[in-house]
Design a binder for this molecule. Structure first.
Ligand SMILES: [Mn+2]
Length: 300
């Protein structure tokens, strides 16, 4: 092992020192019309801030949507965890705004305190309850975090029996009950706790979530929906509408992008970078992942 430690392949300097995730300069900067990211959970140990920083160094866009659960207010209230890399993510986003990107922050359930500040701006970042995005090819997409559908999804069976009125009431109740809980200082009702309790329903849940959010877009006469919340990235056609989920930066490290012709694409940055990480620094990369997985207790 001694000879290996002192001599990297090809007789060059140890590759590990140069090619840590976040320091690579090899890739060009990719420009997009739009980038959507969600469920970063800054303020938790599960957050893969280094991967996100690396992603933001290699991608930029005219408009960046932050689709909720970016800063995890629940965790921070319990115990303060804010390493330099988390600060770097915020600074990087603000720098993108200074350089001309438009940033729109649609709060989720973990950063719902921001919902009291909608229509305000922070460092040029617009905070809105929800947004409608028009793609370059003329499609109108509803941009929401998606937590409003928790109650509907988990009670979908009897709600379906009761029909449209009950559905609307459930969305309304979900929203206002959680608002009341927040005012009283209780945390958001946890969907993931519910899912852990009923794991076998998780797949059905993902399907239902997609259908319900897409239905909401259809109800409003739109062409599709972009949401986050369930940490499951995908682009799918559902009944003639497009359903996009941005995924998360706790496990999968995914972002949704729109090309200048309106084409939508998912970028799986952890997978993309895994090759680099494995090639350069396997032990460190694996350790980091295990740490993150062990502590990835961020809930949807
Ligand atoms: Mn969420």
């Amino acid at each position: 092992m001694r000879s290996l430690a002192g001599r990297a392949p090809g007789g060059e300097q140890p590759v590990a020192a140069r090619q840590r995730i976040g320091e690579s300069r090899a890739e060009p900067l990719h420009h997009y019309r739009t980038i959507w990211i969600s469920d970063v959970h800054l303020g938790t140990r599960g957050c893969k801030a280094e991967f996100l920083l690396d992603f933001l160094r290699h991608h930029d866009a005219e408009t960046v949507y932050l689709v909720g659960d970016i800063i995890d207010g629940w965790r921070l209230r319990k115990s303060w965890y804010w390493p330099q890399t988390h600060n770097d993510v915020v600074q990087k986003l603000l720098r993108m705004v200074r350089k001309g990107s438009r940033a729109v922050y649609v709060p989720g359930n973990h950063d719902e305190w921001l919902r009291d500040y909608t229509r305000l701006q922070f460092g040029g970042v617009e905070v809105v309850e929800e947004a409608i995005h028009c793609t370059a090819d003329g499609r109108r997409l509803l941009v929401i975090h998606g937590d409003a559908f928790d109650a509907v999804v988990t009670h979908a069976r009897w709600l379906a029996l009761l029909g449209d009125g009950a559905y609307t009431i459930a969305v309304w109740l979900n929203r206002h009950l959680n608002m009341a809980r927040r005012r009283l200082g209780y945390p958001y009702w946890s969907l993931s706790a519910y899912l852990k309790y009923r794991v076998k329903n998780a797949v059905q849940y993902i399907v239902s979530f997609g259908e319900l959010t897409t239905d909401e877009a259809r109800r409003r006469g739109l062409d599709g929906v972009v949401c986050g919340h369930i940490h499951h990235a995908e682009i799918r056609e559902l009944g003639g509408l497009v359903y996009c989920n941005t995924g998360d930066w706790v496990e999968s490290c995914t972002a949704l992008v729109e090309h200048f012709d309106g084409r939508l694409e998912l970028i799986r940055w952890a997978e993309h970078r895994a090759f680099d990480a494995l090639a350069s620094e396997p032990a460190d990369a694996v350790d980091r992942d295990e740490d993150a997985a062990a502590e990835a207790d961020a809930e949807p």
